[in-house]
Design a protein around this ligand. Sequence first.
Ligand code: MN
Length: 193
Amino acid sequence: MKFTQPKLPYAPDALAPVISQTTVEYHYGKHEKTYVDTLNSLIEGTEYADMPLEKIITSSSGKLFNNASQAWNHIFYFFQFAPDGQKEPGGALLAKIEETFGSFDDFRKQFETAGATLFGSGWVWLSADDKGSLIISQGPNASNPMTQGLRPLLVFDVWEHAYYLDWQNRRADYLHRLWDIVDWSVVEMRYGL
Ligand code: MN
């Protein structure tokens, strides 16, 4: 299967000023595209050619894992945002967040801290296990919680290419402002699946 880069469900300037049009043009238009293109060139003519992307991620290593996981992670990242999305979780997800982290505010603080304290490039995740319990985790480089049997719900990209054009070295400010553009209806849908 040849993977394609899904079109963004919003205009390139729609997430500004948290994520500027220039960052979207480089991050989505060049970084994400390169991961997808490289993934396609690596799987061509191999046993991975007709495999779902999730299966490639959980059964590969090295360069193939890095590009498969980075392709998946970026698609997942950009699709959780919307300029006028649902600003807070509700229903079963909110109840679970409050039960696990104390409050929605406490959850956000713990999530931001996990992102701010990750050394180097990587991702901070909210995932669910098979019982629906919630877990915050941080991982370097192309890591993805699916390799630990978890189901990703939300991710913040903490590679410098995700924020440096807009926030320079202020990673904590970037993380804090990302809440303005998270569409919690997307996260609820992921949790409910
Ligand atoms: Mn990135």
